[in-house]
Design a protein around this ligand. Structure first.
Ligand SMILES: NC(=O)c1ccc[n+]([C@@H]2O[C@H](COP(=O)([O-])OP(=O)(O)OC[C@H]3O[C@@H](n4cnc5c(N)ncnc54)[C@H](OP(=O)(O)O)[C@@H]3O)[C@@H](O)[C@H]2O)c1
Length: 498
């Protein structure tokens, strides 16, 4: 096989400088790239090879983790970079690209190409067709496509059709960087490498599950992009639903790309369809509003003053199978929340009989397990124990494990891990076409409903709060409430002090 050639479309963009180049450098640093690899950056902004190298050198100094900064190695890495100024929407540039690849690889060109699409999603349907036109879709090539893969079910089906007409499914890597995170993978280890929890992991012992992925920033400069997307497409249809799958899936018989992804798709196909759901009760959407000196969403740059794009969504899902029937999954995501956190909270059922008296109105509470994916990655189990002294006062205490305790092992970057997997042709942690379709099939009715009911509620919530009150009400029917975590790992069960 001739040398690995990584071709990044969108090479002048934010994702390339903040994530992709640092990830490639990290692979280089760890000797994960073969000696003669080449990276060719492509975008319309005019650079020469030299000026592009200077630009990336500067950005690496800004975005690399201090622990891996090494000037000599950065210079060596930079020497593998090249640049081609081209407009990816016309065929001319692809002929030039093809010539350049032949120059690099000579007559031994087996087409060991890795294309990375880090462009606006509108180009995802165009670039593969041009690659095919000039014969760059070789049998050894692979293509990584950023999210969002599709805008709704129809567009996702169309995109899949285009990709399948250019590449084989095993060459297509639909990336969701959530799955590249160590802590997401640890969820699988936690569930399937331990015998203790799995027997409890079902409707007999679990009352309800919460999944939260929120952040304490707004849309920054990405208004033009975000206003056409919103929280459902940006976070729920891909990231949150992946977390639902990891939490709810059956253990695969073997751990490989097919068996793992088969189980993911089974979860998506078991979600109780939304057709018969009261949308306004089960799905709460919100938009952040101004507070103190913080702008509301409609005041942000690039956002229309009457925009109805949701920056928050909470919803109740159910899974119709023997393991989960009757156990609600409450999921939520939002911008401008009090903190940035991604976590899964498993609420176990109360003991069938309470033999201890409640003391001053405080009764022993049900056990709760918190799996924190970011930040302060760790696991907390809440249990009730006796307070020393007379009587039997039961107090909630926590057993906490912090991933830092594993000590000395850097948690690794999600992009580096996933690019490495792609180079090794391992697609386990990438989304398969049937999963994309199953997920859109489930969520499409929400988009349809919002479109056909333009007056359906969009609740305001002030910047820095936990979203609309209606999302609390949504859980009351199950006597449930959201766990609103503070910044530290130990759950306080209270609203955070800001
Ligand atoms: N940034 C992130 O953290 C992040 C995270 C997850 C997913 N993503 C996804 O990754 C993709 C890239 O995101 P980004 O934040 O890097 O975007 P960005 O900063 O706007 O960069 C877009 C890139 O595409 C190029 N481009 C080529 N043709 C274009 C055209 N016709 N119109 C506009 N740009 C064109 C731009 O360069 P020229 O203008 O020089 O051609 C630029 O290099 C998006 O699909 C996004 O959803 C981004």
């Amino acid at each position: 096989m001739n040398k690995l050639t990584i071709i990044i479309f969108g090479a002048s963009g934010d994702l390339t400088k903040r994530k992709l180049m640092p990830a490639l450098y990290s692979l280089f640093y760890n000797n994960r790239l073969d000696k003669e690899f080449i990276v060719i950056g492509i975008s319309r902004t005019s650079f020469t090879d030299e000026t592009y190298r200077d630009y990336i050198r500067q950005e690496l100094n800004q975005f690399l983790d201090a622990t891996v900064l090494n000037e000599e190695l950065i210079n060596k890495f930079i020497n593998h970079l090249y640049y081609e100024t081209m407009d990816p929407t016309t065929v001319e540039g692809y002929f030039r690209l093809s010539d350049r690849l032949s120059q690099f690889n000579g007559c031994d060109d087996f087409g060991n190409y890795l294309f990375y699409l880090a462009t606006p999603p509108s180009l995802y349907s165009i670039i593969p067709l041009f690659l095919k036109d000039v014969g760059l879709n070789t049998k050894h090539s692979r293509i990584i496509v950023e999210k969002p893969f599709g805008y709704d079910l129809q567009s996702a089906l169309e995109l899949n059709r285009i990709y399948e007409s250019v590449f084989e499914e095993h060459q297509i890597f639909r990336i969701d960087h959530f799955l590249g995170k160590e802590t997401a993978q640890n969820l699988l280890a936690f569930r399937f490498a331990n015998g203790v929890f799995e027997p409890l992991w079902n409707r007999n012992y679990i009352d309800y599950i919460e999944i939260t992925a929120v952040e304490n920033i707004g849309i920054a400069d990405r208004g033009g992009f975000y206003d056409h997307v919103g929280a459902l497409r940006d976070m729920v249809q891909n990231h949150l639903i992946q977390l639902v799958a990891l939490t709810a899936m059956e253990p695969p018989a073997l751990f490989n790309a097919d068996t793992f992804r088969n189980e993911v798709v089974k979860v998506y196909n078991s979600l109780t369809p939304l057709e018969h759901v009261d949308f306004e009760e089960h799905i709460v959407r919100g938009q952040y509003t101004a507070e103190y000196n913080k702008k509301g969403y409609r005041e942000e740059k690039g956002i229309s003053p009457d925009s109805r794009t949701e920056t928050y969504i909470a919803m109740r899902l159910e899974i119709s199978n023997w393991r989960w029937s009757g156990v609600p999954f409450y999921i939520r995501t939002g911008k401008q929340m009090p903190t940035k956190v991604t976590e899964i909270v498993v609420h176990f059922k109360e003991t069938p009989h309470q033999m201890f008296h409640c003391d001053k109105g405080k009764c022993p509470r049900a056990n709760k397990l918190i799996l924190r994916l970011q930040p302060n990655e760790g696991i907390v189990l809440r249990i009730g124990l006796k307070v020393p002294g007379a009587g039997f006062e039961i107090k909630d205490v926590t057993m906490a494990f912090d991933y830092n305790q594993l000590g000395g092992i850097p948690s690794g970057d999600a992009y580096a891990r996933l690019i490495d997997d792609c180079i090794q042709n391992d697609s386990t942690l990438f989304t398969r076409s049937d999963a994309v379709e199953a997920s859109w099939k489930f969520f499409d009715p929400i988009l349809e409903y919002w479109k056909s009911h333009p007056d359906s509620p969009l609740h305001g919530y002030p910047v820095g709060t936990w979203g609309p009150l209606q999302s609390e009400n949504m859980m009351h029917e199950h006597h449930a409430e959201w766990t609103n975590p503070c910044k530290n790992l130990i759950d306080t069960d209270k609203y955070c002090e800001l």
